[in-house]
Design a protein around this ligand. Structure first.
Ligand code: ADP
Ligand code: TYD
Length: 207
């Protein structure tokens, strides 16, 4: 068995919470300190995943609940196997925009799937690879919706009730996994949020 040497950090939150902005700032900061990073995302972080992302975000006919779930899990299985694990084995810091907690929050808490079952399926898809740290960007649903603007993909088009369930799902997850999940208040300015991100990541990496 190869030994895992790197660090695995995931970014989570409702659509429009600002995590993509923050993950890019973090990537630049770590690179400026000479760290080797891999910036990636779900769905769509592998070659196969790019095709699955297209279906997941833009397929315009109804998608059965379990079909949606298995597509996200298929994307994750390929991503872990082909992209994330190899980078961790090279000692890289992997920064991933969404991971297993998105499935728990969206397919579990929001679409009312069974969270225990989803935990099991996530374990199969990832070979039980857990993040070392997950930062959840907690934001008011209305503020996030305003940031998203008018062009919305399949899940972003879901209403305020759906995104409120996702938001509350993340807060539940923080209670369940406090050792791994840290929540930051994302209603503030980009600079204020990033200062928290640097502090949390700095503690993990001893910088
Ligand atoms: P996500 O990846 O969570 O959907 P993004 O980082 O893409 O979010 O941000 C969504 C939009 O909000 C972008 O236009 C971005 O420039 C803007 N944005 C991000 N963070 C903030 C912030 N703290 N305050 C105001 N606007 C923000
Ligand atoms: P994306 O454009 O990457 O959204 P964002 O910029 O907000 O991260 O779209 C990913 C969408 O897929 C987002 O609405 C969340 C959803 N999703 C799930 O429902 N389950 C999952 O397991 C993952 C990874 C994402």
């Amino acid at each position: 068995m190869e030994q895992k040497k790197g660090y695995f950090i995931t970014f989570e939150g409702i659509d429009g919470c600002g995590k993509t902005t923050q993950i890019e700032l973090l990537d630049n900061w770590l690179k400026s300190l000479g760290k080797k990073t891999l910036l990636t995302l779900e769905p769509g972080g592998s070659d196969l995943g790019k095709n699955l992302r297209q279906i997941l975000l833009h397929y315009d006919k109804p998608v059965a609940k379990n079909a949606e779930m298995f597509l996200y899990l298929a994307d994750r299985a390929q991503h872990v196997n082909n992209v994330i694990s190899p980078a961790l084995n090279q000692g890289e810091i992997v920064l991933c925009d969404r991971y297993t907690d998105s499935t728990l929050a969206y397919q579990g808490y929001a679409r009312e799937g069974d969270v225990n079952e989803l935990n099991m399926l996530n374990e199969i898809a990832t070979n039980n690879l857990k993040s070392d740290l997950t930062i959840v960007f907690d934001i008011d649903v209305q503020t996030a919706q305003m940031r998203l603007g008018k062009t919305k993909d399949r899940l972003e088009k879901e209403g305020v009730d759906f995104h409120t369930k996702v938001k509350n799902g993340y807060l539940e997850l923080e209670k369940l996994y406090p050792e791994r999940i840290k929540t930051v208040n994302a209603n503030r300015s980009i600079e204020e949020i990033f200062s928290d991100v640097k502090k949390i990541v700095g503690e993990l990496l001893n910088i």
